[in-house]
Design a binder for this molecule. Sequence first.
Ligand code: URA
Length: 247
Amino acid sequence: MKELGLSPVWVRRHGSQPIVPAQADVGMAAQAGGGKPLSPSADSRPTADRAAQLHAMDWMELKSSASACTACVLHNARKQAVFGVGDEKAEWLFVGEGPGAEEDERGEPFVGQAGKLLDNMLAAIALQRGKNVYIANVVKCRPPGNRNPEPGEAHACEPYLTRQIELLRPRLIVALGKVAALNLLGIDATLGSMRGRLHHYRGTPLIVTYHPAYLLRTPADKAKSWEDLCFAVDTMNALKQQQPAPN
Ligand code: URA
């Protein structure tokens, strides 16, 4: 917890976080309850053909398709697409918003300051990048000036994340920040209203917490993100009890 900047040390209380299911979350681009539906511009909607092609790809094909993708304007300024990183059999999936300058340079998500904090957040719950954890973003190419991805850009990129999730089949998704949460859940709601509840992305349990870059700017909310991480660990343990891994 020192790494997260939390002092005095916070200790998890067993059973202190009830798992509260949120209603009617369905998945990216779905029109779910609990907020206003997102409406991407029609011209950037993935065509059925393109989505079907990506849907049939394995990890290597998908990654190479992302690196050559020109489906939205973000490809114009990227150095490289930042596909995702980690254990392709991971039970945990962390989803951010989109690559920044350092990620664009290095081709790996969350390698800048926010990434260091994410690594510390993972360490706080005994996880490590690459070991039972996969990290991806809503958009694979850097939005110029580190702006938020436009809804149309997120929508054009959606089949990549959807297919990553299909291939990975994580037990639990952690959405980092509002952009990730809104795009995965297909709703427009405040981050505060989405925290502390169990959502679902196409049947996969999903928890929402703050984006590490926000926590760097607002360290007072690190305590709340610790609550979210504890909730995520409790949820993961409950999910494992409900459905132990096959031998
Ligand atoms: N912020 C994100 O959302 N993703 C990254 O990969 C880096 C910073």
